[in-house]
Write a protein that binds this ligand. Structure first.
Ligand SMILES: N[C@@H](CCC(=O)N[C@@H](CS)C(=O)NCC(=O)O)C(=O)O
Length: 218
């Protein structure tokens, strides 16, 4: 049987695409990537919308199967049927089968999406993507404070845990890393976030973090 073909749709400047690329490389899976989103605008085409009606990236195609939502894609990749033997151990570490361990990973994945993603998207758009004259200082301040409250929760947790879901890297860390990296680069972090800063320094040793996350903000 031919190896199923994985294709990621999404620009590398998207934090949600970065998570998926990190997981694909950590698992050592072969894939192709097609730019989509923002200036690439492919995501507004009828053919893309037929695969993801939200018109958002990332979108993953696995032969004729399609899945969107970055965290669902990461979970899918770790649970995929056709994983090569070399990827099975990594997949188990990133997304453990044990229900209690998996529950901890899922908890932080969900928390990242509802909690810190929204305010940090606002901070990033306002401070990096918008022209200076269009920025709204009050909105930036509010979003930074909200981000900080969430970062403080993660930092407090990391005082007693090496990684978010225990003593090894999991999908939970991969999902928060691109957001925390932006927070640190943009000076949203304050002196309370010692453990989160140390966690980010630990992640900065990871080749996939270096390749996909620790890149100039744009
Ligand atoms: N919750 C979704 C969010 C997807 C999302 O909002 N993606 C952004 C990029 S980070 C997007 O597609 N924006 C429109 C664009 O790039 O044109 C996920 O985690 O995949």
């Amino acid at each position: 049987m031919a190896t199923p073909m994985l294709k990621v749709w999404g620009r590398v400047t998207s934090i949600n695409v970065q998570k998926v690329l990190w997981v694909l490389d950590a698992l050592g899976l072969a894939y192709t990537r097609e730019d989509a989103g923002l200036e690439h605008s492919v995501n507004r085409s009828a053919s893309f919308l037929a695969k993801n009606p939200n018109g958002r990236v990332p979108l993953l195609e696995d032969d004729d199967y399609q899945i969107w939502e970055s965290h669902s894609i990461c979970r899918y990749l770790c649970s995929r049927l056709h994983l090569p033997a070399s990827a099975v151990q990594v997949a188990e570490e990133l997304y453990p089968a044990d229900p209690q361990q998996r529950g901890q990973v899922d908890q932080w994945l969900d928390w990242t999406l509802w909690g810190v993603s929204g305010p940090m998207v606002t901070v990033f758009r306002q401070r990096v993507r918008l022209a200076p004259e269009k920025r709204e200082p009050a909105r930036i301040h509010e979003a930074e404070q909200e981000s900080l409250e969430h970062f403080a929760i993660a930092s407090q947790h990391l005082e007693r845990s090496t990684f978010l879901a225990g003593d090894q890297l999991s999908l939970a860390d991969i999902a928060l890393a691109p957001i925390a990296y932006r927070g640190a680069c943009l000076g949203v972090f304050d002196s309370r976030l010692t453990s989160l800063t140390r966690w980010l320094e630990r992640l900065s040793q990871d080749d996939n973090y270096k390749r996909w996350v620790a890149v100039p903000l744009r």
